[in-house]
Design a protein around this ligand. Structure first.
Ligand code: PBG
Length: 328
């Protein structure tokens, strides 16, 4: 492929000025490449700090317009909603997930009423924000039940679809849930609702700050290794993805992102399906803390985000997505 050599060939010639570098650039980012996660909290007039996530806040529904307005102004295509449920509303079976007046449902209704289809809304399907034990599914004698959990996830999906959610995102890692959720959505006439499967979701310590943000950290007594993937594996991720595609996923997510660029790339090569990278809370906080302590320059943000594009991601879920005007 290389037809010459030094001194005829000097690759530095293409790098000599800003304009030559711009001319040969292979990957770029625009606001279209982002999904902005938003944390919700009960109450009025709240914009709470999250101690483990610098510059990320939890919003009460009456103030969520503040951040959604900005996302729309910045041309971000979609937001992802995550509720911090009061401990008093959590129980063993996460029944608050099926309450049509829960935080997420009320937020969807408000946002849809105000903005209609100017921005997409994606919601997780999983029980962890609602269970007293912090797991994504039902528990029986220390086992996370698969099929019984799916029955609840179906109801959760239908509820979110009914109140106006655009993209259903199962993040629970139960086997077979995409198929059953797709079927249930179609049966109720929701054949236009997308499913974004968190198909390659690793059992990761990088989720720490998120669990703090949604208030599930202290509840979780064990790990999620019987349903989320082992970080030693990559072929297994391809199996997960291929099953979810067969079952009806429109898009798939790899999570976390930065330590799993190889997975993003091989999924893209193998399946040609929209792949999203989730730059998770631990990645966010590590970068933010290092920037705030001046250990690294803030350009590490752009550098890490471009890496996801280079690997083949179509879009990126990032807690930096509310500051793209400063980052891109
Ligand atoms: C819930 C869920 C988690 C994240 C997104 N959805 C945590 C978990 O599975 O424990 C993590 C996101 C992040 O760390 O930013 N199933």
């Amino acid at each position: 492929m290389i037809t010459g050599s030094y001194p005829n060939l000097r690759l530095r010639r293409n790098r000599k000025f800003d304009w030559t570098r711009r001319l040969i650039e292979e990957n770029t980012l625009s606001p279209n490449d982002f999904i902005l996660p938003i944390f919700l909290v009960d109450g009025k007039n709240k914009r709470e700090k999250i101690p483990s996530m610098p510059e990320v806040y939890r919003y009460s529904i009456d103030r969520v317009t503040q951040i959604v307005d900005k996302a729309i102004r910045n041309k971000i295509p979609m937001i992802a909603l995550f509720p911090k449920t009061k401990n008093s509303k959590k129980n063993m079976i996460g029944s608050e997930a099926l309450n049509e007046n829960n935080l997420v449902c009320r937020a969807i209704i408000e946002i849809k009423k105000r903005y209609n289809n100017q921005i997409g809304i994606m919601c997780d399907v999983a029980l962890d924000p609602y269970t007293s034990h912090g797991h994504d599914g039902l528990i029986k004698s220390n086992n996370i039940l698969n099929d019984e959990t799916i029955e609840i996830l179906i109801k959760q999906s239908l509820l979110q679809a009914r109140v106006g959610c655009d993209v259903i995102a199962p993040s629970d890692m139960m086997d077979g849930r995409i198929k059953k959720i797709r079927r249930a959505l179609d049966k109720e006439g929701f054949n236009n609702i997308n499913i974004l499967s968190y198909a390659a979701k690793y059992a990761s310590s990088f989720y720490g700050p998120f669990r703090d943000a949604v208030g599930s950290k202290n509840n979780l007594r064990s790990d999620k290794k019987t349903y989320q993937m082992d970080f030693r594996n990559s072929s297994e991720a391809l199996r997960e993805i291929s099953l979810d595609i067969k079952e009806g996923a429109d898009m798939v997510m790899v999570k976390p992102a930065m330590p799993y660029l190889d997975i993003i790339k091989s999924i893209k090569n193998e399946f040609r399906i929209p792949v999203f990278a989730y730059q998770v809370s631990g990645e966010y906080s590590l970068l933010s803390n290092a920037i705030n302590k001046k250990i690294v320059d803030k350009t590490v943000i752009l550098e890490s985000l471009i890496a996801f594009k280079r690997a083949g991601a179509n879009a990126i879920v990032s807690y930096f997505a509310d500051r793209l005007d400063k980052i891109l």
